[in-house]
Ligand binder design. Structure first.
Ligand SMILES: Nc1nc2c(ncn2[C@@H]2O[C@@H]3COP(=O)(O)O[C@H]4[C@@H](O)[C@H](n5cnc6c(=O)[nH]c(N)nc65)O[C@@H]4COP(=O)(O)O[C@H]3[C@H]2O)c(=O)[nH]1
Length: 695
């Protein structure tokens, strides 16, 4: 099929032959003024299937060139040939530059160019144009994608870079072209930092399956490091011969940063930013593995803040959190950067001294920590005092794996707590016996209720003006069939931890109410019995309902029942406590604040509760040391405060006459202690009501 060529010519004679040769062409003559019409015509014809446009380049000046521009524009997608004099090659080249896809010498026509040759030229030009379009499209695509593309020839020399590759390597296409690819970028393994051969080399060597590093880093012209993900593929010619390779890579710094952030979050404590329990385990395992090959003795310090719960409960979690952050900072300042300070949970911290050469040196670090935490913390307006108990476990003596080592350091920490807090203890095997005993007590406690192994003892409270018994405190005793009498100090805390305190507390309350009724029936009416209520019990939603049911069921007079709660328990949730106390008050039940002076309660809050009795903690009473002493001053102040708030003040743990004299001198209302009587069983107590108190 013949090609359809549009011939546009200002002078017709030199293209007439061509027109004749092609048979189906259209032509001029045309003038400059005709250009707009021609442009419209070209466009129309282009849509109708013109194969090529032949322009006669005889318009010499700038104005003429502008005309050509318009026509090229109108003939978009159609190959444009330019006809010119051989002598005026420069002019023809300019036309090509402006958009013509080729040019023909007028000499062709003078020599009677055969139509077939012209058709070949047109066909070639059409192919070239298609190639041009495809190439342009590929070029635009390659430059608009975010991935970098570099291709090399068979010698590994760069022959192409897209814009992203220019940006990421720091080399422009012109600068890079012809250089070896290794000169313009280096790739190293992100983990080992060792250079990795460029994947293009594998391809050129015919080894596309070679193992490439998962995490690699590109080093650019300036030496900056950029994490990348790459892939490479061979380039073949039409004979399927390898002629080069292309590498595509992308900047994954954002992903790497995100992954690192997520890993950090997973491995660190949100509040203090210290390594979490999980990361600590890894570090301990690693330290143990390294220690096996060196002379190191990794040491673990297990820390628990003393009385942190009091601070958290009475001053709120916000203050507690800030204190933990401040403690974390001080701990970090006590160790080397190669050591690990981790938050193990709540108020527990574990420190790994990974490279200790002399295990006994851990004692120095422990002392440093005790000293660092001894300075009060200023949180907002509050000056807070805390201390810590530290357990120390040393590899390999106290455990040869992370779990055992941490567990034993924890056990040693408990031992430090039992030793009066604010001290450190190295682990030794005997401590494990203590842990075993805890376990044993817990399992036996479960049985004790069903087997009726509990009983209540009573300790009298004495009016200091007339030495009359004003009431008693009920104190739980556990008669174990094999172990004999077990004191509350050995089992109450364990019962609280495992939740058994709830059924045990209900038993105590029922038994105390039954005793109120029994004494009433024995003609000793109006004996007030104080019952200890632990935090776990008080927090039970149905605590009030159960207490009410017990009062109703036993028929005990609520006015004879007194609930003893520590200030910490009351301050935990002030609104709920106030509500609950108001409900008990409405029944006629009395409220006493136990262990007063040991918590952090704000007096303004305390004054909001309907409290009948303040019980001064026995630690203050025991240390009454004369008017000038600090504890004496505290006891005196509490007595004054209770009097002003119209509350009765009871001093606990009164053991000697000197204490009694001091309390009397300060007009303390009541006292309780061995000076008057130890806790005794109900029968002995009943006898005491008849005979009175000796002291
Ligand atoms: N050194 C000395 N100690 C004196 C003196 N006078 C009384 N004590 C002891 O001090 C403790 C006073 O009870 P607490 O402070 O409520 O402290 C009680 C209380 O917190 C808890 N507890 C006892 N019974 C119960 C109970 O039924 N329920 C709950 N939740 N806790 C109880 O166990 C703690 C210890 O009870 P106990 O061993 O019976 O110890 C009693 C009592 O025997 C004294 O002059 N000198």
């Amino acid at each position: 099929m013949a090609n359809r060529v549009l011939i546009i010519s200002a002078v017709t004679d030199d293209v007439l032959a061509l027109r004749d040769a092609l048979g189906n062409a259209r032509d001029g003559p045309f003038d400059v003024e005709d250009v707009p019409a021609l442009a419209a015509g070209v466009q129309r014809l282009a849509a109708g299937g013109i194969d090529a446009v032949l322009l006669n380049l005889t318009l010499p000046d700038a104005q003429g060139m502008t005309c050509f521009d318009r026509l090229y524009e109108a003939a978009c997608h159609i190959p444009i040939l330019t006809l010119c004099d051989l002598d005026d090659e420069a002019q023809a080249k300019e036309a090509v530059q402006r958009g013509a896809q080729g040019w023909l010498s007028r000499g062709y026509f003078d020599n009677y160019l055969v139509p077939q040759s012209l058709r070949n030229v047109i066909e070639r030009m059409k192919v070239e144009q298609r190639l041009y379009i495809a190439q342009t499209r590929a070029q635009i695509t390659l430059n608009s994608i975010g991935d970098a593309v570099i291709s090399v020839d068979m010698h590994g020399c760069v022959d192409y870079l897209n814009v992203a590759a220019e940006r990421m390597t720091g080399w422009s296409r012109d600068e890079a072209r012809g250089r070896r690819v290794d000169d313009i970028l280096a790739i190293v393994d992100n983990v080992t930092g060792r250079p990795i051969p460029n994947p293009l080399e594998y391809i050129l060597r015919g080894d596309p399956s070679a193992d490439l590093a998962d995490e690699c880093v590109l080093i650019d012209r300036q030496g900056s490091r950029l994490p990348i993900e790459d892939s490479a593929a061979p380039i073949h010619d039409w004979n399927r011969h390898l002629v080069g390779a292309v590498m595509v890579f992308r900047d994954i710094s954002h992903n790497v940063a995100l992954t690192a952030k997520m890993r950090h979050l997973a491995q660190h404590d949100f509040l203090t930013n210290l390594p979490s329990r999980m990361l600590l385990n890894d570090r301990v395992s690693l330290a143990i593995a390294l220690a096996r090959r060196s002379n190191a003795y990794p040491v673990l310090l297990f820390l628990d803040l003393d009385k942190f719960k009091h601070i958290n409960d009475s001053l709120g979690h916000g203050v507690g959190d800030q204190l933990l952050q401040a403690v974390a900072e001080r701990l970090l300042a006590c160790v080397r950067t190669s050591d690990t300070v981790s938050r193990y949970g709540g108020d527990e911290f574990v420190i790994l001294l990974a490279d200790e050469r002399h295990p006994q040196d851990a004692a120095l670090t422990a002392e440093k920590i005790l000293h660092a935490l001894a300075t009060p913390f200023l949180i907002g307006e509050q000056e807070l005092h805390t201390s810590t108990s530290i357990g120390i476990g040393v590899f390999p003596f106290d455990g040869t794996d992370a779990v055992t080592l941490i567990k034993n350091a924890d056990t040693a920490m408990y031992h430090a707590k039992e030793r009066g807090r604010n001290n450190y203890q190295f682990f030794h095997q005997a401590m494990n016996q203590r842990a075993v005993e805890r376990q044993l007590i817990e399992s036996n406690l479960r049985r004790a209720l069903e087997q009726s192994e509990f009983t209540l003892h009573y300790q009298p409270k004495v009016d200091l003006q007339n030495h009359r018994i004003t009431g008693v405190e009920a104190l739980l005793r556990w008669m174990h069939p094999e172990w004999g009498l077990v004191q509350p100090e050995r089992f109450i805390a364990i019962a609280e931890e495992c939740g058994l305190i709830v059924p045990i507390g209900r038993w105590v309350l029922r038994e105390a109410c039954l005793q109120i009724v029994r004494w009433r029936e024995a003609s000793i009416p109006g004996v007030s019995i104080a019952v200890n209520v632990s935090a776990v019990e008080f927090r039970q939603r149905d605590f009030f309902d159960h207490a009410l049911a017990i009062l109703e069921e036993t028929g005990a007079d609520p006015a004879c029942l007194q609930l003893e709660l520590t200030e910490t328990v009351l301050m935990r949730d002030v609104a709920t406590s106030a509500d609950l106390l108001a409900r008990f008050k409405a029944l006629g039940v009395k409220i006493a604040v136990d262990d007063f002076g040991t918590g952090y309660s704000s007096l303004s809050y305390l004054s909001q509760f309907p409290i009948d009795v303040l019980k001064i903690d026995q630690s203050f009473v025991r240390a009454i040391d004369g008017e000038a002493g600090k504890n004496g001053a505290i006891v005196g102040a509490v007595i004054d405060m209770g009097r002003n708030l119209h509350q009765r003040v009871i001093a606990e743990g009164v053991e000697d006459e000197e204490q009694l004299a001091f309390l009397k001198a300060h007009e303390c209302n009541e006292a309780q202690g061995y000076l008057f009587s130890r806790p005794v069983d109900a029968a002995l107590m009943q006898a005491m009501f008849g005979t009175g108190i000796a002291a």
